[in-house]
Design a binder for this molecule. Structure first.
Ligand code: PHE
Length: 359
């Protein structure tokens, strides 16, 4: 047996060579080559294995066990080396692909919708969720639509040139609309009944430019015309809007006058700063509401039947309500913007702070 090619020394030399070759392999490709050479069909170990059959009886068992043990050892070594190479290659790949998070990124500012635009979208969504539609009208408006059709007679003070921006030549009777209410008329003339619309848009008045007035501002108009509509529906709709926009803030309506609604009302919001605590307390005055506890939000009322009739609507069967409120004011209440001028100056830091703050 000492000199037989399958003696113990010869088999362990074969085994050692295979193990050394696996150890030396640095990649899957190298390991594969070593595997074919030392474990493949034509490897010495495989040939030895085949040769076992030719060995005479007594020796065969001993040699068979030796070769079997050697092959098992080589297979185990191969599997272990495979694992090592896998984790080494993964480590290398991770090191190669590492991301340097301290590198400077592109600093080009990302755009933001203007807070007024964003708020108009949000206001519209409140009504769309209730099944209303959005209506629109032109900013350059016929004087008749802006005033006469809304029951604002020729001598109404709002028509005076001090408020209204007339467009040259005056004989054309075109104005920059002073409110969104002409869209009520346009809608009643073109939309089948019933009507449930809101109209957001830009409006113009020859106003001072100060913290609470800008000459070009925005309103949200609402108009409903249906059978059996009452002031209760108006109050309910406005309360819902206030709740969505301001959470727990209370609203109140108080009598007022508009030629196109009868009865008419102003809608007020509970002061968002003092919540009414400043009323009658001289030691804690509130500058936001002048210690009145309420802030005016907009106008509203039951649509004057004269307006419905002027649009050809049967006032025996139909009634309606309308409201109009300032979008800038709504933004001031909601996001704590103190100065309306910031809203038109186009400084992105204002938009960012306001929109970011609201999110
Ligand atoms: N158009 C009115 C304004 O600008 C507001 C308003 C709208 C009032 C609808 C009543 C009904 O002040």
């Amino acid at each position: 047996m000492e000199n037989h090619p399958l003696n113990e020394k010869a088999v362990s030399a074969l085994t050692d060579r295979a193990l050394a070759a696996f150890d030396a392999a640095r990649s899957f490709a190298e390991l594969k080559a070593a595997r074919l050479k030392h474990l493949g069909d034509k490897s010495e170990l495989a040939l030895l294995n085949k040769a076992i059959g030719t060995i005479p009886g007594a020796l065969r068992k001993e040699v068979g066990q030796r070769v079997g043990a050697a092959r098992a050892k080589v297979h185990l070594a191969l599997a272990a080396r495979e694992k090592e190479i896998t984790s080494a290659e993964l480590g290398q790949r991770l090191a190669r692909e590492k991301v340097d998070v301290t590198l400077p990124v592109g600093l080009a500012p990302v755009g933001e919708p203007h807070p007024i635009t964003a708020l108009i979208d949000e206001l519209g969504d409140v009504f769309i969720a209730m099944g209303w539609e959005i209506a629109e009208g032109p900013e350059l408006e016929a004087e008749w639509m802006n005033f006469d059709a809304l029951n604002l007679g020729p001598n109404h003070p709002a028509r005076a040139t001090s408020d209204t921006l007339f467009v040259d030549p005056v004989e054309n009777h075109l104005v920059l609309r002073t409110h969104t209410s002409p869209v009520q008329i346009r809608t009643m003339l073109s939309h089948p009944l019933p009507i449930y619309v809101v109209c957001p848009g830009t409006t113009y008045r020859a106003d001072e430019f100060d913290a609470t007035h800008v000459p070009a501002f925005h309103q949200l108009e609402g108009l409903v015309v249906d059978k059996g509509i009452t002031m209760g529906h108006l109050k309910g709709s406005l309360d819902h809007l206030a709740k969505v926009m301001f959470g727990g803030v209370r609203t109140r309506i108080r009598p007022s006058y508009f030629p196109f609604t009868e009865p008419s009302a102003e809608i007020d919001l509970e002061c968002f700063v003092c919540r009414g605590a400043s009323v009658g307390d001289p030691n804690a005055p509130c500058r936001t509401c002048n210690s009145e506890g309420w802030i005016e939000w907009g106008g509203c009322g039951v649509v004057n039947p004269r307006v419905l009739a002027a649009c050809g609507i049967d006032t025996d069967s139909y009634s309606g309500f309308a409201f109009g409120m300032g979008v800038e004011r709504t933004l001031m209440f909601r996001n704590g913007a103190a100065d309306m001028r910031d809203m038109v100056e186009g400084d992105i830091r204002f938009s960012r702070a306001l929109i970011g703050g609201a999110r």
